[in-house]
Ligand binder design. Structure first.
Ligand SMILES: N[C@@H](CCC(=O)N[C@@H](CS)C(=O)NCC(=O)O)C(=O)O
Length: 208
């Protein structure tokens, strides 16, 4: 009864791995090295036609993609596991709100940062396209930073997968100096995650 996670270090598969680790569910990782374009290989696009990681195969043989959907599915199927607050609760509303914000308003900017040529009108304008994405990235992270009400977690009631989500996505787009100056609450969340006995080892494997 093992899950298969397609992913690579420092990628969104870290979020899925943290969810599985928190639930104590066994999983194996199949490396898809996006650095060499392995996500475009036919064997992988047969699993995720979007050619992106992560993807998950459940023990029942279902294919799951889209990180947010994977986290919510795991939470629904393992309600006692502590991934998200109870359905209908005020805390769940906030956890879903901020996970969705990170998934839809911030995560897609990573593609523009990493592959600006996909979005630029020509090769010369690719660097400027990346800079625009980074500027939007910074503004949107400040919105998350101001929404953090717990200490250190997003919610005062404690850890949710929203913390893992924002911690992982915040590592990208190469702005470590900016992060430490402008988003200290997010940095505190990442540091706390690294010290959790259940998900900390996953964090360390991905981010050191
Ligand atoms: N909407 C997807 C986005 C996944 C995504 O962008 N993954 C990145 C790595 S973290 C990727 O596979 N990038 C390779 C590419 O865009 O070619 C999700 O939320 O899971």
């Amino acid at each position: 009864m093992t899950y298969t996670v397609y992913g690579i270090g420092r990628s969104g598969s870290a979020i899925v791995e943290m969810a599985l680790a928190k639930l104590s569910l066994p999983y194996e990782v199949r490396p898809i090295d996006i650095g060499v374009g392995a996500q475009q290989a036919a064997e992988y696009t047969a699993i995720n036609p979007q050619a992106k990681i992560p993807a998950v195969i459940t023990p029942q043989g279902e294919t799951l993609t889209e990180t947010l959907a994977i986290v919510i599915t795991l939470d629904e199927r393992h309600r006692a596991g502590g991934l998200l607050p109870a359905p209908g609760s005020a805390d769940r509303v906030q956890a879903l709100r901020w996970m969705t914000y990170v998934a839809t308003e911030i995560y897609p900017l990573v593609e523009i940062n990493d592959y600006p040529e996909r979005f630029a009108i020509d090769a010369d304008s690719a660097p400027a396209t990346r800079e625009v994405a980074r500027a939007i990235w910074r503004r949107r992270w400040l919105v998350v930073e101001r929404a953090i009400e717990g200490d250190p977690w997003l919610l005062p009631s404690g850890f949710t997968m929203a913390d893992a989500y924002l911690a992982v996505v915040s590592r990208w787009a190469q702005q470590a100096e900016w992060r430490s100056e402008h988003t200290p609450r997010i940095e505190a969340i990442t540091s706390a995650i690294a010290h959790q006995p259940d998900i900390g080892p996953v964090w360390t494997r991905h981010f050191g």
